[in-house]
Ligand binder design. Structure first.
Ligand SMILES: [Zn+2]
Length: 79
């Protein structure tokens, strides 16, 4: 069984997960409320990033800053 920290890293948006990893996440979330909340937060960030990315897709400087900010937020959440 994976730890909360490992699950949090798998929950970071934008990565490709294997079927096994997705099953592991689902199993973990069944009994871990803490990670469930974290998953919701990461989903919200992922969606916000997508919107922002579309808005600034012609502005690489803004887009880059957005990516940096998102990485910082995600690192804070999963650490
Ligand atoms: Zn957990």
């Amino acid at each position: 069984m994976r730890s909360c920290k490992e699950i949090a890293q798998l929950l970071v948006p934008g990565q490709k997960l294997s079927l096994m990893q997705r099953v592991e996440i689902k199993m973990h979330l069944l009994f871990c409320k803490c990670c469930g909340n974290q998953q919701k937060q990461l989903e919200i960030i992922g969606r916000a990033l997508q919107r922002y990315d579309q808005q600034f897709k012609n502005d690489s400087k803004q887009s880059e800053r957005c990516q940096e900010l998102t990485e910082t937020i995600i690192k804070k959440i999963i650490s």
